[in-house]
Design a protein around this ligand. Sequence first.
Ligand SMILES: [Zn+2]
Length: 345
Amino acid sequence: MRATVMYGAGDVRIENVPDPSIIERTDAIMRVVRACICGSDLWPYTSMAPSETGQSMGHEAVGVVEDIGADVRTVKPGDVVVMPFAFSDGTCEFCHKGLQTACVHVGFFGNNGINGAQAEALRIPLADGTLFRLPVGEEDALMPSLLTLSDVMGTGHHAALAAKVAPGKSVAVVGDGAVGLCGVIAAKRLGAEQIIIMGRHADRIALAKEFGATDIVSERGAEAVARVKVLTGGYGVHSVLECVGLDQSVETAIAIARPGGAVGRVGVPQHEAIPSARPSFYGNITIGGGPAPVRAYIDELLLDVLEGRIDPGRVFDRVIGLDEVPDGYRAMNDREAIKVMVNPS
Ligand SMILES: [Zn+2]
């Protein structure tokens, strides 16, 4: 089968690799119906050291179960399923608490040698705890939105929960990528009254407005902070969704949170330390977040997708075949596309 392998910064190749097969009795094999490229794939795309073996890429997909191991109980061949970006056993203490990304058996697809989803098929470890069966056919019109339940919609929702978004609150979203845009959807869904999107790309801002953003801040750094203060009566917002992960964006996120506010971080940190120790201390600002347990959120978000209350699939503004994946990375990295969907068939 064909799969995406990254060999270093800017070096993405489509290769013929062995078909996946059942290794453990808890595995399933999933044929990929739709996958996509993530903003977090752009970190290795711009910085990965050259590797001779390469890394199989992709951690978001909807697919069809083709085969299952002897111990798999909750999915069967022919089922249409969504895979969260992390696999988890579904049985440990953390899975029971709804924190599947801290599962004692967790693994992250397309990372550290684990196979990726930008491929024709992949092996799903711990299929019972990981896969979520969807009540649709594989060509359903809602497929783009269902695909976002793999990562970006669940991650935006997690940021909103970590930032303590609630009815009537003011919210700022730092980052106008697919996660930030889904964060706008999540904030609106949780009842936020004011939603400020911080971004400067016209196409993304237009979509953010349609998703429910009430204000746009295109400035950066100190000017951005000043602008948010003006928009919030001088105090800053109750909740900040930090969807980037860079030092400067975390610093901005903390600076625009009002005293007693909260910052929900879902951008993968690109630095060791969290900046602004003193401002966050003196402001009594809660800093939370981490890798979203999207598996825990599918149930709830799926209902809103199926009933048409949210349409996060609109973040996909380009659809490509597997052979065009290297150019898809380039397009996202050049901000030519918001998020690229891959149809491997
Ligand atoms: Zn677990």
